[in-house]
Design a protein around this ligand. Structure first.
Ligand code: PLP
Length: 379
């Protein structure tokens, strides 16, 4: 296989060199941040500085930022502990039908425990509106969970306006935002959304897998998620993953030092879409994506699973939706009510600011070859 052509940065990103170096340092410096002697204090100091770095990117205080193992854990903590705070008021949750499985499966589990969940349906372009949300809010609503950037379409949801609308209805309703695909991909720091809880993940931003964070706004008093030795201010016990944290902070630092990254990602996405349309006149765009790094297209009449496999065999990595679908049709595209041939042929492309035109050209020609060699269900 020649050079890997990778257009699946929403699934995961390569670990940045800066992150690897910081992790190696942290691995050699093996002290337990909770130990009392000087050697371990160095490790504690590092975690403190790393928390400050990630908090700076969030636009929040380090005391509002808690490290977790991944975005999924952050979503689970926010939603499961979040609903407990409103227990006396009610058992109603509002979310969207196009959330990631980390949110949807958590909501489904809560339904089994007696919660009622309203799922807002996106329109054909993948948008939900403030009006839809306000119409769904009830006196017994305890939590709203809305993602910032959809991981399959790149659509940005109106989270800040939704927070305002929800808080105007009842400030006690908790607002959780899954910003796993939005962290460092939108110009505004995430704390400015006004949400009470915000989940992010390291491996989407050049950090290793196994690290995430949850922002908990000052004054929101969630019960501890993991009980034990009292790390993470007593809310998530467990010896700090010092190397993972160091890698996360180093990746964040490197992103912040590259202010042109959003424009570069958007430019290469635009170039790629133009090249694809040229090479494959039957290709349709499902969503150009508001976020710079994600878009969705479809080859009506083709099976996206087969296209992805054929390209994969040639070292070209794209996706038929979220990496978590594992062959099942995308619930996001289904919720958008796309015609069946569009749904079957849907492909997600996702970009890095460092993706190149040569890679985009290689993708266009590989996709053209694949389409030429496969049968379509349409004539
Ligand atoms: N939320 C969204 C929108 C995602 O795209 C993902 C991962 O793809 C997650 C949550 C889960 O994050 P993690 O893989 O860190 O558990």
């Amino acid at each position: 296989m020649d050079k890997l052509i990778y257009f699946d940065y929403a699934a995961t990103t390569p670990v940045r060199r800066e992150a690897v170096d910081a992790m190696v340092d942290a691995l050699w410096q093996f002290g337990n941040p909770s130990s009392r002697y000087e050697y371990a204090r160095q490790a504690a100091c590092r975690v403190k500085e790393d928390r400050e770095t990630v908090a700076k990117a969030f636009g929040c205080s380090p005391a509002e930022l808690y490290f977790t193992s991944c975005g999924t854990e952050s979503d689970n903590w926010a939603i499961r502990r979040g609903v407990e705070l409103g227990r006396r008021r009610g058992r109603h949750i509002v979310t969207t039908a196009m959330e990631h499985a980390a949110v949807l499966e958590t909501c489904k589990d809560l339904e089994l425990q007696g919660y009622e969940v309203t799922y807002l349906r996106p329109d054909k372009a993948g948008h939900v509106t403030v009006e839809q949300l306000t119409a769904a809010i009830r006196p017994d609503t305890v939590l709203v969970s809305m993602m910032l950037v959809n991981n399959e379409t790149g659509v940005i949801l109106p989270v800040a306006d939704c927070v305002k609308a929800v808080k105007a209805f009842n400030p006690a309703i908790l607002f959780h935002c899954d910003a796993v695909q939005g962290f460092l991909k939108t110009p505004e720091p995430l704390a400015h959304l006004g949400a009470d809880l915000v989940a992010v993940s390291g491996h989407k931003v050049g950090a290793p897998k196994g690290i995430g964070a949850l922002y908990i706004k000052k004054g929101v008093r969630l019960r501890p998620w993991l009980t034990g030795g009292g790390q993470e201010d007593g809310l998530r016990s467990g010896t700090e993953a010092t190397a993972q944290i160091a890698g996360f902070a180093a990746a964040v630092r490197a992103s912040l030092a590259d202010p042109g990254r959003l424009e570069r990602a958007a430019a290469i996405k635009e170039y790629t879409l133009a090249r694809l349309k040229e090479a494959l006149p039957k290709l349709e765009v499902i969503s150009t994506g508001d976020a710079p790094h994600i878009c969705a297209v479809t080859l009506p009449g083709y099976k996206s699973e087969v296209v992805v496999r054929v390209l994969g065999d040639r070292g070209v990595c794209i996706s038929s939706g979220s990496a978590c679908h594992k062959g099942r049709p995308s619930h996001v595209f289904a919720a958008m009510n796309l015609p069946k041939p569009w749904l079957d042929g849907a492909l997600r492309l996702s970009f890095s600011p460092d993706s190149t035109r040569e890679e985009a050209d290689a993708l266009a020609s590989a996709l053209k070859d694949a389409a030429g060699s496969l049968f379509t269900t349409l004539s």
